[in-house]
Design a protein around this ligand. Structure first.
Ligand code: NAD
Length: 489
């Protein structure tokens, strides 16, 4: 599995039982910034998943009986190895996904490293519960054990970041895993597999099967020997996974889409709020589940906000992702770019105003990127709350700005979508910030900031944004089975 010479395609192989295994058929993978096919990804199906689950089952007894400290040391070693190759991982992630090299260097790969370090540490600090019943002569205590083979399915927007956010807690707890990254962004997962042996991860503990959701993903979801599935992706796919896993009563963790509001009151510090909200709207081309896509601004500051917000958005440079001065890279695929553009067209057809970006400003690209999937950061105003641009997840560099009058009104409107993942609230009034945060139907509320994360605390969404939470305690509980034991003297 190597890149023979620069023109040759990169060919990935599945990683099963500690070995790279070729597949009988492959899927083309595109470089989103050039539109060229540059990589071939195994098109795995039931057979490959079967082999991976078997390897994971075989590895389970030994891995699950290791002490948390032994597993912790291995996770730390893996973190060190990824960090050692950080630049190569960042380059690969940027090329595969279209994201800027700066984002991959400062967010994706450092976070993948941190995911392993974080769970290597947190696994050492869990305590179980104990209660006494002296009159009965009993003590009760709980004990937690790994569940078995975990199926991990991840999306294309933050490839290694989100995959390791699942692999790290799963194996730290003593499970073995079969992971299936997105067929559109498989390269960094494959690169990580090359480091597992050196880190001391025994064969079969981490298996990676590449391929599509419909074939490889469903085979994993339907496999009777995979009792838990951790999935991050779209709400539609989660519904399918829920249906398919129901006959087996599987344990599911579902991290899904968002339609995240920013609520900006007239006493907000706009010098902080505007650059942060531009970032929360357009970071990673708007392809983060936590990105802001509905901005509610209190009427008194609406005009000023809009003017300054558009000025700031226009400073974001779109172009070749490998140029470190670029802020917006390429979208994941041609189809996705079309989908995002169509939302802007629909908004225009409904009478909304596009203030900058798509269809308004000229997108100038370097010669090598003319066929890439690029789009300018786009700001839309005067959109109705019931419009599809205000209701559906667009997952691109598009954000809508609307005015509101009262606190009560904005809470109702912010909650008026099917999703409930993340929200931001901007105000210098502490009382108001608390009140609004409590009333928002949202798994995460950031006040006067965005994307500041402490991995100890629960992450996840309400309503159609998901089921379950991930975090130090939450992931531990998901990836272990609890038992209550009673001892009578
Ligand atoms: P997607 O649902 O299309 O795919 C996600 C993964 O599921 C991929 O690996 C895909 O191959 C697989 N898959 C697809 N169909 C499947 C099936 N029938 N059975 C099993 N697996 C299947 O999502 P995407 O387009 O890759 O990612 C974007 C979505 O992910 C957005 O909705 C975004 O909001 C969401 N997301 C959520 C979070 C979060 O933490 N809440 C984080 C990132 C992305």
């Amino acid at each position: 599995p190597t890149m023979a010479h620069s023109k040759a395609l990169l060919v990935l192989e599945n990683f099963i039982g500690g070995k790279f295994v070729p597949c009988s058929s492959y899927i083309d993978s595109y470089n989103p910034s050039t539109g060229d096919v540059y990589c071939r990804v195994p098109d795995s199906g039931r057979e490959e998943v079967e082999a991976a689950v078997k390897a994971a089952k075989d590895a389970f007894p030994i891995w699950s009986s290791k002490s948390p400290l032994e597993r912790s040391q291995i996770l730390n070693k893996l973190a060190d190895l990824i960090e050692h190759d950080l630049e190569a991982f960042a380059q690969a992630e940027s090329k595969d996904q279209g994201k800027t090299i700066t984002f991959a260097r400062t967010v994706d790969i450092p976070r993948a490293v941190h995911n392993f370090r974080f769970f290597a540490s947190s696994i050492l600090h869990h305590v179980t519960e104990c209660t006494e019943m002296p009159a009965m002569g009993c003590v009760h205590y709980t004990s937690r054990a790994p569940v078995g083979v975990a199926g991990l399915i991840s999306p294309w927007n933050l490839p290694l970041y989100l995959l390791t956010w699942k692999i790290a807690p799963a194996i730290a707890c003593g499970n073995t895993v079969v992971a299936k990254p997105s067929e559109m962004t498989s390269v960094t997962a494959w690169m990580m597999c090359k480091l597992l042996e050196k880190a001391g991860v025994p064969p079969g503990v981490v298996n990676v099967v590449f391929g599509t959701g419909a074939k490889a993903g469903e085979a994993l979801v339907c496999h009777p020997d995979v009792p838990l599935i951790s999935f991050t992706g779209s709400t539609l796919t989660a519904q399918r996974i829920t249906e398919k896993s129901a006959p087996h009563c599987k344990r599911l963790s579902l991290e899904l889409g968002g339609k995240n509001p920013a609520i900006i009151f007239d006493d907000a510090d706009l010098s902080q709020c505007i650059p942060t909200t531009v970032r929360s709207s357009f970071a990673n081309q708007g392809e983060i589940c936590l990105c802001t896509s509905r901005i509610f601004v209190q009427r008194g500051i609406y005009s000023e906000f809009l003017k300054r917000f558009v000025e700031e958005a226009k400073k974001w440079k779109t172009g070749n992702p490998s140029d470190p001065t670029i802020n917006v890279g390429a979208l994941i695929s041609k189809e996705h770019l079309e989908k995002v553009r169509n939302y802007v067209k629909k908004a225009q057809a409904e009478g909304a105003r596009v203030l900058c970006g798509e269809g308004v400003d000229l997108l100038a690209l370097p010669p090598g990127n003319q066929k890439g999937y690029f789009m300018l950061p786009t700001v839309i105003a005067e959109v109705k709350d019931e419009s599809c641009c205000m209701q559906e997840e667009i997952f691109g560099p598009v954000t809508c700005v609307v005015a509101f009058d009262t606190e009560e009104e904005v809470i109702k409107r912010a909650n008026g979508v099917k999703y409930g993942l993340a929200a931001t609230v901007w105000s210098s009034n502490v009382g108001r910030v608390h009140r609004v945060a409590h009333k928002l139907q949202s798994g995460l509320v950031w006040t006067n900031c965005w994307l500041v994360r402490d991995l100890n605390l629960p992450f996840g969404g309400m309503k159609a944004s998901g089921i379950g939470r991930e975090g130090a305690k939450d992931s531990y509980e998901f990836f272990t089975e609890v038992k209550t034991i009673t001892i009578k003297h």
